[in-house]
Design a protein around this ligand. Structure first.
Ligand code: GLY
Ligand code: MN
Ligand code: MN
Length: 361
């Protein structure tokens, strides 16, 4: 945490800022957690070039002290407004009306920004993507956390794939995934598990239902958990319900998607833009005659949330980028296949973090 904080403090001048305010908004607490280690639901960080303060209320005093060890606690007293406590922090840090203090435009509601502008003793400046840009490139510890998350999640897939049988509902499959993620250490799901069977597999983000699995059908399982230090996994495998041979066209689609997945993994490298990465998988699917059925992007950044922030348009992938590789083909009324792996770019090349096996026909 200390390193991240120092890096941010150093960068303030580049953004023409004297300080930055970073706040949680209920479960949107990833930037606060990333910089301070504080994992509660309500806090505001004030980071100046030399100081770091954390403003929180009585529910979180002791956690702020034990989790955010680089930060000085500023207590928000009961009955006082949060802006009063932030003003206390600004005073303590020697920031006044003349100083430029950034706030995160994407994470601050218009209502909050308006009240801050009115009540805080500082010159408030909207900022975009400052902490998020650091979060794009994971360090060794973060990669180790993600590796662990993906390994456990792969194990959960293996356990649940072995349970599939005709008559099980999509919801009962999802329950097995969720329960086993927790059993193996997840604090929560990184998103609602998607279990899509038979014709439902043609809906990329199907809402898991009471539909019963039938022999030979595809079952898309897209799920992930939040593990050590808040790092997420995100895996998709398409399995087939035992008791009947899958349709030969389903098998053909599976092979096309799997080849697209592998080609993209081989091509991923530092300096590559997201659109170039996407094109590798898409070209193969188009060439195979299924281009119109690959209806979403190839991947996204993964980290403290399943869809971690990344400036895909401008920032090329680099060492530490953690990107999903999830081509799919979805044919309405028939079914679909998606295969999703989580990849990390290291100095030795691309590592596939999701080790769960692909389907063997
Ligand atoms: N389940 C969301 C995703 O794979 O992007
Ligand atoms: Mn997914
Ligand atoms: Mn994904």
């Amino acid at each position: 945490m200390t390193k991240r904080l120092k890096k941010l403090q150093k960068s303030l001048a580049d953004h023409k800022l004297d300080a930055l305010l970073v706040r949680t908004h209920e479960s949107d607490n990833q930037n606060v957690m990333y910089l301070s280690g504080f994992n509660g639901s309500s806090a505001v960080l004030l980071i100046t070039k030399k100081d770091a303060l954390i403003v929180t209320d009585a529910r979180y005093y002791s956690r702020a002290q034990s989790e955010a060890t680089d930060f000085t606690l500023v207590k928000m007293l009961r009955g006082k407004r949060q802006t009063d406590a932030i003003n206390d922090a600004l005073r303590t840090a020697g920031i006044g009306k003349a100083e430029r203090v950034g706030f995160e435009a994407a994470l601050t509601s218009v209502t909050t920004a308006d009240s801050w502008k009115e009540e805080l003793r500082a010159k408030l400046v909207p900022t975009v993507h400052i902490v998020e840009r650091f979060r794009q490139y994971k360090d060794k510890h973060e990669v180790a956390c993600l590796r662990h998350a993906c390994k456990v999640t792969s194990k959960v897939y293996n356990e649940v794939a072995a349970l599939l049988e005709p008559g099980m509902t999509e919801k009962s499959v999802a329950f097995e995934l969720d329960m086993r993620l927790r059993e193996h250490g997840a604090s929560d799901n990184s998103f609602d598990s998607i279990v899509a069977s038979g014709p439902n597999s043609a809906i990329p983000h199907h809402a898991t239902s009471e539909r019963k699995l039938k022999a030979g059908e595809p079952v898309i399982m897209d799920f992930g958990g939040i593990f050590e230090d808040g790092y997420c996994s995100d895996i998709t495998r398409t399995a087939f319900v035992p008791g009947k041979k899958p349709d030969p066209k389903m098998r053909e689609i599976y092979e096309v998607v799997l080849t697209a997945n592998k080609l993209a993994r081989k091509a991923l490298k530092p300096g590559m833009l997201n659109r170039e990465y996407d094109k590798v998988a898409r070209d193969h699917i188009v060439k195979s005659g299924y281009g119109e059925y690959f209806t979403h992007g190839l991947g996204h950044s993964l980290g403290l949330v399943a869809h971690d922030p990344y400036d895909y348009e401008h920032d090329a992938f680099d060492i530490g980028s953690v990107i999903t590789d999830e081509p799919g083909i979805y044919i309405e009324g028939f079914g679909g296949v998606r295969i999703e792996d989580d990849l990390v770019l290291t100095k030795d090349g691309v590592e596939r973090l999701t080790t769960a096996p692909y389907w063997k026909f």
